[in-house]
Ligand binder design. Structure first.
Ligand code: NAD
Ligand code: IPM
Ligand code: MN
Length: 372
């Protein structure tokens, strides 16, 4: 039996809806496998801006620091919404506070959902990849002011305004995430694709050099360099060719949203953000679906909770070392999908044998299939 403290930051829009389902899944895992999980719910995003004047308070960061892991929903509203700090700053604060530099995003379509993807099923066959997105540097941190909570710098230049974002990487920032990616590749299909823009960007030239150097420590892993524009094309043309991919922060953000459609919906993808900080049985981490707050469907019980529930499975595996429990959650999700239950985003219009259900019903179906 294990004990674990989990900070729950549900956030905005559909965040609370999908997070509630993942918490109930974790509670059921606790009952079935005899673990005691405690959940501390904290404000984040727009709600925190309203209550505390900032996207995440020092108290909430403290509660996260006292936890083994963070379960995160989503933050943000529509872009024009409100004055004050942007709710998305909460994520930057969490990522920098805990130095979460490796964002792991597995992408493996379920066969039963092949019609939900806009790609024909013969293109999807055998697709099973893991993105390792660098999360601590790059364009996102081009201005310290952005991280500290002020808007990024827009200034006057002659008759017009200009804005600057810089893309900086140090060798060690590249090396640590590349090492993580080689290690993951070593435990999987032993193939790594490093994605960059070395035909244009200096940071990418350095990135390649570091990858070549780290590769010497991993002779069993075959690796290649690929330009990011080519990668975007090949992810759609031949997704099954990829095993592990490692890339710069913004490239990884964009490529994974695009690649999510291989699974049928952005609502399917989980993620784990990890650093060097340890827990008793693994690594401290932040676990969240790849999608955002989906304000267009908030409050309607329409959001797909699978990305968040699969993120809870990653939490069990990476932060709590509970591998059987993580697999039980993943199996329950697969069974529900095979049984034909779908939220609207993964329902294909001609599939008369599938049942369209809401967020809560899909969560319940998954919980009911959990087996120790
Ligand atoms: P989004 O991911 O919220 O939504 C994009 C589209 O996908 C929408 O049509 C939405 O309805 C759909 N979608 C998203 N999640 C879904 C789910 N679980 N089930 C079914 N459909 C789903 O992206 P956006 O609309 O560009 O951004 C909305 C807000 O979310 C913005 O403020 C943005 O900054 C924020 N955001 C937050 C995070 C995060 O908290 N990690 C991630 C991405 C975007
Ligand atoms: C994500 C999101 C965030 C990012 C935003 C909301 C800051 O899109 O987690 O993918 O770009 O990192
Ligand atoms: Mn994103």
């Amino acid at each position: 039996m294990s004990r674990a403290a989990i900070a729950v930051l549900a956030g905005d829009g559909t965040g609370p809806e999908v997070t509630a389902q993942a918490v109930e899944v974790l509670q059921r895992v606790g009952e079935l496998f005899h673990h005691t999980f405690t959940f501390q719910h904290c404000l984040v995003g727009l709600a925190a801006v309203k209550a505390d004047g900032e996207a995440i308070s020092v108290d909430t960061l403290g509660a996260c620091a006292r936890s083994d892991a963070i379960l995160f929903g989503a933050v943000g509203g529509t872009l024009h919404e409100g004055a004050g700090p942007r709710p998305e700053l909460a994520l930057s604060r969490l990522r920098t506070t805990f130095d979460l530099y490796a964002n792991i995003r597995p992408i493996k379509p379920f066969e039963a959902l092949d019609l939900a993807s806009p790609l024909r099923s013969e293109y999807l066959k055998g697709t099973d990849m893991v993105f390792v997105r660098e999360l601590s540097a790059g364009l996102y941190y081009g201005h310290l002011e952005t991280v500290a909570g002020k808007p990024s710098e827009i200034r006057r230049r002659g008759a017009q305004l200009e804005a600057i974002d810089t893309l900086t990487y140090t060798e060690s920032e590249i090396e640590r995430v590349v090492r993580t990616a080689f290690e993951i590749a070593g435990r999987r299909g032993r193939r790594l694709t490093s994605v960059d823009k070395a035909n244009v960007l200096s940071s990418s030239v350095l990135w390649r050099r570091v990858v070549d150097r780290v590769a010497r420590d991993h002779p069993a892993v075959t690796y290649e360099h690929m330009l990011v524009d080519t990668c975007a094309m090949r992810l759609i043309r031949s997704p099954a060719d990829f095993d592990v991919l490692v890339t710069e922060n913004l490239f990884g953000d964009i490529l994974t949203d695009a690649a999510s459609m291989l699974t049928g919906s952005i609502g399917m993808l989980p993620s784990a953000s990890l650093g060097a900080r340890r827990t008793e049985h693994g690594l401290f981490g932040l676990y969240e679906p790849v999608h955002g707050s989906a304000p267009d469907i908030a409050g309607l019980n329409l959001a797909n909770p699978i990305g968040t529930i699969l993120s809870a499975a990653l939490l069990l595996r990476y932060s709590l070392g509970l591998h059987r429990e993580a697999a039980a959650v993943e199996t329950a999700v697969e069974e529900v999908v095979q049984a034909g239950y779908r939220t609207a985003d993964i329902h294909y219009c001609d599939q008369s044998e599938s049942t369209v259900v809401g967020t809560r019903e899909l969560g319940r179906q998954i919980r009911d299939r959990l087996r120790p």
